[in-house]
Ligand binder design. Structure first.
Ligand code: BGC
Ligand code: BGC
Length: 848
């Protein structure tokens, strides 16, 4: 009842009346169960129970510990910091209960770290946690990492297919084994916590994190959840449960992360309580029944209320209705998004039921404020005690108190476990089982390995691309095959088997050949992405780049049968690509074992089938680029669809009407292939302020200070050369007809990246900036950055959005995403300007 009242107090007018009525007449409560309402009726949710029997001895030990702790020590226990922003001394001085390594955080602060460095760091932090003054309680540390498809943030680890592919295997037993293998690879480097499994049930795969979800079908997620949890943590009731060969798991992101409006990352799920419960909640009760010991709150909101501050869900449902006795952890500064909070200060999240706040870089301020708030009663001591109790309970259950340094654990230092042969074999099996065959014209597949096979496409020999986001780096960007010591590309897997059979395979990324091949395998698809950088405006595959389609068509036109292997984190509208292929395989993001593709595509030497297709869609495949709702009743290929070799794989030509105007303005491309994106124009401005749009080539500013000609980057005249050839500085700008809100991209560390070549650099004060409407702009000096790039070479130079913000730009209304100003004498060529996560070189952010 008090929830109904809580909501009533926020809602004026007619709703208030409804609320008042509902409070008075419980029968009317149903009327509230509509989108727009955040009252939670916990009693309508299914129940769940921890499988662990009550343990009085354990609880007594917790109470004794708690009684011996100071308020400072308690507050420290419920704060988690990132290793990039914390030293072991900090852990000791602030009694921090946990640390994490975020997607881009490696020990040593570099971009990569070897297993030794990880283990040494684990020891250093763990030791610091235990080095307490005499008489103080020593409480061991939890060290978490995003081991979401294997321990893939770590060099050499087995990279399992992302969950989108595992969903297609329909094989919970496999999920369990993958969890167990992942746990071993986490333990090998001395860590004890994996932020997995993701139990999202994505309903709109424009969401860039869709690949982290097994399926858009809640049944599939519910079926996998216990297997994933037990794989990581071990089976409750056995002595392996939470032992030193397993890790703590986190079911995430609680709740409704896959149900946000338009699939926006960290967005708002505007859905009824029934939908939240039955679709998005489906995986949690089974995960809790399987003993999951931590649950991570979502960044997202439910009907306008941030999950990290939702007491009805965090406390009434998760803890009371589901009897969850582990702890609830926040997401990366997710508490900071709760109404009235900042990253450094958020009593509301703790009072709502979060037991540990992930405060990667904000932990210090958060510690101080939280301490104050406990002292002045804003956070009741009972709530703090409950949170600490839960954290301690999990640590005790894990046996952390009984063991010494991470490096003394049974699997620690067994670095051979990273990329272990058995783990790789398991991953390869998962790859085979995840492939879904959508088309197989005239039974083109399986291929005879004695033939001459051309392997093309930019995904053919790219382990980063076949692995996707959350692989070595957060967004999966900025790596090459050389960063993956125990991995095989798809091309390498094909070559190996074709060579063994006595056929011939040739790698030709662009599809060119001298001897006509018998068949071509073209591997292409989405480039790696993760949180929100992967959000897209519609389901069209690369609407602003048809080079893959051209490649397929080009081969086809020469009479070469084409097998398309499509790498993607989600189902996408690819009708033109399907039409241009004779066979089409959805391969998702298979990870380190590219050989699994050859296992299925190629026959044995004796002509028999090696492995048939096994995968069936775990998502509905869209009929148009506009069909963004997984619940749409008329998909192109429905859930559970997937051909096998015996099936007739012929497919009539598909409509190539995307069903929507494809506008790449939202895809983060401002200028490419010599043209501004639709909705943008190129403007030259002289020192005097005269402006002039570039209409045709060549072009000049009004006073002739800046002269623009067409030059070649990849193809003829696909770039522009800007020559500051007059007497005064002048500027080149990309201007939008509608301002764009780039706040989310700014928070996510994205950059404006210009693919440019410095031809001549004069002395001067070169700047790059953005415009944000009348009297609003920011300019950053880039003279040093430009003099640092190699002359005459194409370089992707990045300007961090955060830096532009720091220099005064209002990132919520950017109408000039790129303004380049130079002094006379400079010549710079530009091939593209985009929003991106990574650049070859980023501008150092000077103080404004
Ligand atoms: C993600 C989580 C992840 C955490 C730690 C967040 O941004 O949403 O899924 O576990 O970072 O890296
Ligand atoms: C971290 C990720 C985290 C993200 C949140 C990144 O810098 O590496 O782990 O999920 O920030 O925005």
């Amino acid at each position: 009842m008090h929830h109904a009242r809580g909501v009533c107090s926020f809602r004026p007018g007619f709703r208030a009346l409804l609320c008042a009525l509902a409070v008075a007449l419980p029968g009317l409560a149903l009327a509230q169960d509509q989108a727009g309402n955040t009252a939670v009726h916990a009693e309508t949710w299914p129940t769940a129970h921890s499988p662990l029997p009550p343990d009085l001895k354990l609880e007594r030990r917790i109470q004794a510990l708690l009684a011996s702790m100071t308020t400072e020590e308690k507050v420290g226990q419920i704060i988690q910091a990132d290793i990039n922003s914390t030293t072991p001394e900090d852990v000791r001085n602030y009694h921090l209960g946990s640390i994490l390594a975020g997607g881009n955080s490696k020990p040593g602060g570099g971009r990569f770290a070897d297993p030794q460095q990880w283990l040494a760091a684990a020891d250093a932090y763990a030791r610091a946690a235990m080095q307490v003054p005499k008489g103080r309680p020593a409480i061991p540390l939890l060290f978490g990492i995003d081991a979401i498809h294997g321990n893939a943030g770590v060099t050499g680890a087995t990279v399992f297919p992302h969950n989108v592919g595992l969903g297609a295997t329909h094989d919970p037993e496999l999920i369990r084994k993958i969890g167990a293998a992942t746990a071993e690879e986490v333990r090998a480097i001395g860590l004890n916590w994996a932020f997995a499994p993701t139990l999202a049930v994505p309903q709109d795969v424009r969401w860039g994190r869709s690949y982290e979800g097994f399926s858009s079908n809640p049944k599939r997620v519910a079926e996998y959840a216990p297997a994933a949890v037990e794989g990581l943590q071990g089976t409750p009731g056995t002595h392996e449960f939470l032992d030193a060969k397993h890790v703590l798991a986190s079911a995430k992101h609680f709740l409704g992360d896959g149900g946000t409006h338009n699939g926006a990352d960290q967005g708002d799920a505007q859905i009824s309580e029934a939908t939240l419960r039955d679709i998005h909640g489906a995986g949690y009760p089974p995960a809790i029944d399987a003993g999951v010991q931590s649950v991570m709150a979502s960044f997202s909101s439910w009907n306008g209320v941030k999950m990290s501050g939702n007491k009805g869900l965090l406390t009434d449902v998760l803890k009371d209705r589901w009897h969850f006795d582990g702890f609830a952890v926040g997401d990366w500064n997710s508490h900071g998004q709760v109404a009235g909070c900042s990253n450094e200060d958020c009593p509301a999240a703790i009072n709502a039921g979060l037991d540990m706040l992930m405060a990667p870089d904000s932990w210090r301020g958060l510690y101080q404020h939280t301490l104050q708030e406990v002292r002045n009663g804003t956070i009741p001591m009972a709530r703090l005690d409950d949170a600490v109790t839960r954290v301690l309970r999990v640590k005790l259950r894990m046996g952390l108190f009984d063991t010494s340094l991470p490096s003394k654990q049974p699997l620690a230092g067994k670095f051979a476990l990273l990329g272990d042969a058995a783990h790789r074999a398991l991953a390869r099996q998962a790859v085979r089982e995840s492939l879904v065959l959508l088309k197989n014209e005239h039974h083109l597949l399986p291929l005879d390995p004695h033939k001459h096979i051309l392997v093309a496409g930019d995904g053919a020999d790219s382990i980063p691309k076949q692995s996707g986001g959350w692989t070595l780096t957060w967004q999966g960007a900025g790596t090459t095959n050389a960063n993956f010591p125990h991995a095989q590309s798809i091309w390498s897997g094909i070559r190996e088997q074709v060579a063994a059979a006595g056929g011939s395979a040739t790698l030709s990324v662009d599809g060119s050949f001298t001897h006509k091949p018998d068949v071509a395998i073209v591997v292409f698809g989405e480039d790696p992405y993760a949180e929100f950088q992967g959000d897209i405006p519609n389901l069209a595959y690369k609407p602003d780049d048809d080079s893959d389609l051209q490649l397929l068509k080009h081969l086809h036109a020469q009479g070469v049968p084409v097998v398309a292997v499509f790498l993607s984190g989600r189902v996408l509208w690819v009708n033109p690509e399907i039409n241009a292929s004779d066979a089409f395989v959805a391969a998702w993001l298979p990870g380190s074992e590219g050989g699994g593709i050859a296992d299925v595509l190629l026959r044995k030497r004796d002509g028999s089938i090696q492995y048939d297709f096994h995968g069936k869609l775990a998502y509905n495949w869209p009929r148009t680029a506009a069909q963004t709702n997984q619940a749409d009743p008329n998909p192109l290929f429905p859930y559970d669809y997937g051909l096998s070799y015996a099936d007739d794989g012929d497919l009539a030509a598909l409509s190539e009407d995307p069903g929507i105007r494809l506008d790449n303005a939202q895809s983060g491309v401002y200028f490419a292939r010599g043209k501004p994106t639709k909705g943008y124009s190129l403007i030259l401005t002289d020192a005097g302020g005269d402006t002039k749009p570039i209409i045709a080539m060549p072009a000049s500013s009004t006073q002739g200070d800046l002269h623009v000609t067409a030059v070649d980057y990849h193809v003829q005249e696909d770039a522009r050369r800007l020559a500051w050839s007059g007497q005064h500085p002048a500027q080149f700008a990309i201007t939008a007809s509608n301002a764009q809100d780039l706040l989310r991209q700014t928070n996510g560390d994205m950059q404006i990246v210009a693919l440019l070549r410095v031809d001549v650099l004069a002395h001067g004060d070169a700047t790059v900036g953005v415009g944000c409407g009348a009297n609003c702009h920011a300019e950053i000096p880039v003279q040093t950055a430009l003099s640092g790039v190699q002359k005459g070479h194409w370089t992707r130079l990045g300007v961090p959005l955060k830096c532009l913000q720091k220099h005064g730009a209002d990132m919520s209304r950017i109408d000039q995403p790129f303004v380049l100003r130079n002094a006379p004498g400079t010549t710079i060529s530009i091939a593209s300007v985009t929003l991106a996560a990574n650049a070859d070189r980023s501008v150092e952010c000077a103080e404004p």
